[in-house]
Write a protein that binds this ligand. Structure first.
Ligand SMILES: CC(C)(COP(=O)(O)OP(=O)(O)OC[C@H]1O[C@@H](n2cnc3c(N)ncnc32)[C@H](O)[C@@H]1OP(=O)(O)O)[C@@H](O)C(=O)NCCC(=O)NCCS
Length: 189
């Protein structure tokens, strides 16, 4: 499996570089990002630096692929998206965030579609899953828009911010992805 830079209509998903650190710390450090994720808060440059440094080895050992989400036209850093490979063969979990200034413009959906194509193509996956805090319907909407199916709730699965959170589970299987892709190609023909 090779690391691929992924290009979409408006985005380039590429490997993180040390040059991303200031924007990463600023955007990931926002409370709105910590509120619905397990990303540390407060988020320091040291945490960010350590996190970026883990990407190479995680990829080599086929544990995870992590991309920086950047603007295709202007190159600025917007967020992150990741596939984490699970112990079961051919299964991975997708996680993502984008900085608050970029919310609501379809960027995460666009990035996630590119990552699905990579997952079912280059990475040879059969199942890609994702989960979100029950208090985060926008993330659930992204999962629905990329064709994932709701599979149920893991009740009180995460303790964060002094309370238990139900995690809502979604997934898409390779044949479903291929059927949806064929249908959308036919629609656009
Ligand atoms: C969740 C998150 C990734 C969404 O990113 P985004 O780029 O705004 O997502 P998109 O624009 O592609 O899609 C968002 C969808 O959610 C919808 N939405 C936004 N707020 C919503 C709400 N409160 N209830 C229901 N849907 C909502 C939007 O209308 C849009 O759907 P639409 O295109 O049908 O109108 C972003 O808000 C984020 O980074 N949040 C913090 C980190 C996080 O929660 N990551 C996910 C962890 S599972």
């Amino acid at each position: 499996m090779s690391f691929l830079t992924l290009t979409t209509e408006r985005l380039i998903l590429r490997a993180f570089t040390p040059g991303d650190l200031p924007d990463l710390v600023r955007l990931a450090g926002d409370w709105e990002i910590a509120r619905t994720t397990t990303i540390p808060y407060p988020y320091s440059e040291e945490i960010a630096c350590h996190w970026i440094a883990t990407h190479g080895e995680a990829f080599k050992q086929r544990r995870a692929v992590t991309w920086a989400i950047t603007h295709r036209g202007e190159g600025y850093f917007m967020g992150a998206i990741e596939l984490r490979f699970l112990k079961q063969r051919h299964v991975a979990e997708m996680g993502y965030w984008v900085g608050v200034p970029y919310w609501g413009q379809g960027y995460t959906t666009e990035a996630a579609r590119a990552v699905l194509a990579y997952g079912f193509g280059e990475a040879g996956l059969y199942r890609i899953q994702a989960q979100h805090f029950h208090t985060n319907p926008a993330s659930g909407r992204v999962m629905q828009k990329i064709g994932m199916t709701y599979e149920g709730s893991r009740r009180a699965a995460v303790f964060r911010w002094e309370q238990y959170h139900d995690m809502l589970m979604y997934a898409i299987l390779k044949p479903e992805y291929e059927r949806q892709r064929t249908a959308s190609e036919e629609e656009n023909a």
